[in-house]
Design a protein around this ligand. Structure first.
Ligand code: ADP
Ligand code: MG
Ligand code: ZN
Length: 600
C-alpha cells in the first residue's frame, strides 16, 4: 500500500510542475507587459496608443511605434478601472473593440490540467489494485489451467474414502477413452458433484481424477466467478467452457460450488443479480455442451442443501458422490498416507491413533501428523512416537497449551473442582464417554481447563440415557463449584450452552419428551427462503412453545440435581483428586478412576 502513496504523490508533483512550466512558457512567448491603469491613462493622454481591446475588466493593447523602451511597439495589459473608457478612447482617436473575455488558457490551466492529472493518478492506482487483488478489472482473465504434469496427485494419495474413489474410477476410464463408453449410445454424466464435510478430501479427489486420467484440469473456485461487475462472471463461465472444449478431453473443476450455485432468491429478496447471471450462464453452458466430446464437470461443495435445485437436475450435476468423514480404518489409512515422509518409531500403533481421533477428517489428520512431527523435532527425538501423537491429539482437540498464562491460585482451585466435577459425574454414569485427561493448564483462547472425553468408537446413534448422561456431565462442573464453594462462576457458560442445546434437541427433534410425545418441532428453513435471510415462522403455537421451554428446563433441572447427588456421594474422592490435580495440573482419567475405585 505504501508504494501506491509514493507513486501517486509523484504524479501530483509532476502535474504541478507541468502547470507551472506551461504557464511560464505561454506568458514569456506573448511578452505582455502588465502596466498600472494610471500608466495606461498617461499613454492615452499622450496619444501613444495604437489600438486596444477592451473586455469587461481588462484592457489589452498596443502602443504606437516608438513608445516602448527599445523604440518598438509594446503590447500591454492592465486592469480596467474606468467605465467611461469608450468616450476617452474615441476622444484620442484610438482604434478600439470590445472583446468577450476569453478564458480558455485560464480554463486549461486551472481546471482541465488538474483533472487530467487526477485521471492519470486514478488510472495508475486502479491498475496497481487490479494487479494486487486478482480479478478486479482484469477483464480478460482466463481460467487457470493445470496441465497433467503439474498434477502428480493420484488415487493413492487419497485414502479412507474408498466408495467415493470407486465411483470416480468410471469417470477416469471415460476420460482415458471417451469412445468406449459412447459406442453403444450411452452418455457419460456431464457433472459430478462431490459432497461432504470440509477437509474430507474433495479437492484432492478431483485432482486425483485429473492426475489419473492425465487430461488437462481447469480449476476455479465458485467465488472466483462472482465478479464486481455485472456480466463479468457470466463472461468468465463462457470463456472457461470455450477453452475446455478446445482442450477436450479434459476436466473442469469448480471448487466451493455453493458460492456460485446458491439457490436463486425469490422476487424482491434476490439481491445479487451478478451471481444469478453467472449461475444461469453455467446452466446454459452445461446444457449446451456435447457430452461425447469428453469434457467432464466436477464440482465440490460442503453445503449441497443450499444449491439451486436446477443444478442438480438430470443432465447437470446428476451424479452426486458423498465424500464422508472417514471411519477408524479410513483414518488409519489416511495416517499412513501422511506418514510416508515422516520418520516414526518402530511399531507405532496407528490403529490406536486412529481410535483416538473419531470425527477427524483427512485435513485434521494431515495436521495432526505435522504437529506430531514438529513436537518430535522440538523434543530432539530421532523418530516420532506415540507420546508426540497423544500430545498432538490434545493440541488439535483443545488448542495450544498456554503454560505461561498466569492464573491466580483461587481461580485455579475453582477450575480444578469444576473440571473434576465433569470427570466424576462422567465416570459415575452409564453411557458417558470415558474420561481421558483432566487438565487445568489453560488452552486456546477461552478454556481455563478441560476434561477430555474420547468416545471409544464412532457413533451414529445416541440413546436417551447417553444424552442424559452427557447433560449431567456438562452440568457437573457447575454442580461441583456450588457444592464446594457455595458460589458459582462464569466458567460454566459454555457447558450450559451445550447442555441446553442437547436438551432442546431432545425435546424438539428427537421426540424424547413425554409431555410432547413423538413430534418433530424443529422447523427447517424452508426452501424458498434460502438465501433471503428470512426464517420461516415456527410451525407450532405459543402454547406448544411454552411446553417446550418447560420441558427443556425440567430436563436440565433434573440433570443438575443428579450431578449434585453424584458429587455429594463422592465428596471425598473430589477433595483427594483436587489436591492431586492442583499439584500435577494434569491427570489421566485412569488415575481418577483408580481413586474412585479405592474409595469404593
Ligand atoms: P476438501 O476439499 O474436502 O475441503 P481437501 O481436499 O482440500 O478437502 O483436503 C485438504 C487436505 O487434507 C489435503 O490436501 C490432504 O492433505 C488432506 N486430506 C484430506 N482428505 C484426505 C484423504 N481422504 N486422504 C488423504 N489426505 C487427505
Ligand atoms: Mg476443498
Ligand atoms: Zn466446564
Amino acid at each position: 500500500m505504501e508504494k501506491h502513496h509514493k507513486f501517486s504523490l509523484w504524479y501530483v508533483v509532476l502535474g504541478i510542475w507541468a502547470v507551472i512550466f506551461v504557464h511560464n512558457l505561454l506568458f514569456s512567448a506573448l511578452a505582455v507587459k502588465i502596466i498600472p491603469y494610471s500608466e495606461f491613462l498617461r499613454l492615452l493622454n499622450a496619444n501613444k496608443l495604437a489600438e486596444v481591446a477592451v473586455t469587461e475588466n481588462q484592457i489589452q493593447g498596443k502602443t504606437v511605434e516608438g513608445a516602448g523602451p527599445d523604440g518598438k511597439a509594446e503590447i500591454f495589459s492592465t486592469v480596467r478601472v474606468d467605465p467611461e473608457l469608450s468616450k476617452m478612447l474615441a476622444d484620442h482617436n484610438v482604434t478600439f473593440k470590445g472583446e468577450i473575455e476569453s478564458r480558455w488558457l485560464h480554463d486549461i490551466l486551472s481546471w482541465v490540467l488538474p483533472v487530467l492529472v487526477f485521471v492519470g493518478v486514478w488510472a495508475f492506482m486502479m491498475r496497481r489494485m487490479a494487479g494486487a487483488q486478482q480479478g478486479f478489472m482484469a477483464f480478460g482473465k482466463k481460467a487457470r489451467i493445470y496441465m497433467q504434469d503439474e498434477l502428480s496427485v493420484t488415487f493413492e494419495d487419497v485414502a479412507g474414502v474408498d466408495e467415493s474413489k470407486t465411483e470416480l474410477v468410471e469417470v477416469v476410464e471415460f476420460l482415458r477413452d471417451p469412445g468406449r463408453f459412447t459406442r453403444l449410445g450411452g452418455k457419460m454424466p456431464r457433472g459430478v458433484l462431490l459432497v461432504g464435510p470440509p477437509g474430507t478430501g474433495k479437492t484432492l479427489l478431483a485432482k486425483a481424477v485429473a492426475g489419473e486420467s492425465k487430461v488437462p484440469f481447469f480449476s476455479l473456485s465458485g467465488s472466483e466467478f462472482v465478479e464486481l461487475f455485472v456480466g463479468m462472471g457470466a463472461a468468465r463461465v463462457r470463456d472457461l467452457f470455450t477453452q475446455a472444449k478446445e482442450k477436450a478431453p479434459c476436466i473442469i473443476f469448480i471448487d466451493e460450488l455453493d458460492a456460485l450455485g446458491k439457490a436463486r432468491g425469490v422476487g424482491a429478496f434476490s439481491g445479487h443479480d451478478e451471481r444469478e447471471q453467472t449461475l444461469n450462464q453455467l446452466l446454459v453452458e452445461m446444457d449446451g455442451f456435447d457430452p461425447t466430446v469428453g469434457v467432464i464437470l466436477i464440482a465440490a461443495t460442503n453445503r449441497p442443501e443450499i444449491l439451486d435445485p436446477a443444478l442438480l437436475r438430470p443432465g447437470r450435476f446428476d451424479r452426486q458422490i458423498l465424500v464422508d468423514r472417514p471411519d477408524k480404518t479410513g483414518r488409519e489409512a489416511i495416517l499412513k498416507v501422511h506418514l510416508k515422509g515422516v520418520v516414526v518409531e518402530d511399531g507405532l500403533d496407528l490403529e490406536r491413533i486412529a481410535a483416538m481421533t473419531p470425527g477427524m477428517v483427512g485435513a485434521d489428520l494431515a495436521n495432526l501428523v505435522n504437529e506430531a512431527a514438529l513436537l518430535g523435532v522440538r523434543r530432539g527425538k530421532d523418530a516420532v512416537g506415540m507420546a508426540e501423537f497423544e500430545e498432538a491429539v490434545e493440541r488439535v482437540l483443545a488448542g495450544l497449551e498456554k503454560r505461561n498464562r498466569l492464573i491466580n491460585p483461587d481461580e485455579k482451585k475453582i477450575v480444578a473442582y469444576h473440571e473434576l466435577g465433569h470427570a466424576i459425574v462422567a465416570l459415575s454414569l452409564p453411557g458417558a464417554d470415558p474420561v481421558q485427561k483432566i487438565s487445568i493448564i489453560p488452552r486456546g483462547i477461552a478454556a481455563l481447563g478441560y476434561t477430555l472425553q474420547v468416545p471409544t468408537e464412532d457413533r451414529f446413534l445416541m440413546r436417551r440415557t447417553e444424552l442424559l448422561s452427557r447433560i449431567a456431565t456438562l452440568l457437573g462442573g457447575r454442580a461441583a463449584e456450588e457444592m464446594v464453594f457455595g458460589d458459582v462462576s462464569t466458567g460454566a457458560h459454555n457447558d450450559l450452552a451445550r447442555a441446553t442445546d442437547i436438551a432442546r434437541s431432545m425435546v424438539k427433534q428427537y421426540g424424547m419428551s413425554e409431555k410432547l410425545g413423538q413430534v418433530y418441532l424443529e422447523n427447517e428453513r424452508r426452501q424458498m427462503f434460502i438465501g433471503s435471510g428470512l426464517e420461516a415462522p415456527p410451525e407450532y403455537g405459543a402454547g406448544t412453545a411454552e411446553v417446550i421451554d418447560s420441558e427443556i428446563k425440567a430436563i436440565l433441572d433434573e440433570r443438575y440435581q443428579k450431578a449434585r447427588e453424584i458429587l455429594a456421594g463422592r465428596r471425598d474422592v473430589l477433595e483427594k483428586a483436587a489436591v492431586l490435580l492442583l499439584e500435577k495440573e494434569k491427570i489421566d482419567g485412569s488415575e481418577l478412576a483408580a481413586l474412585m475405585e479405592e474409595a469404593g
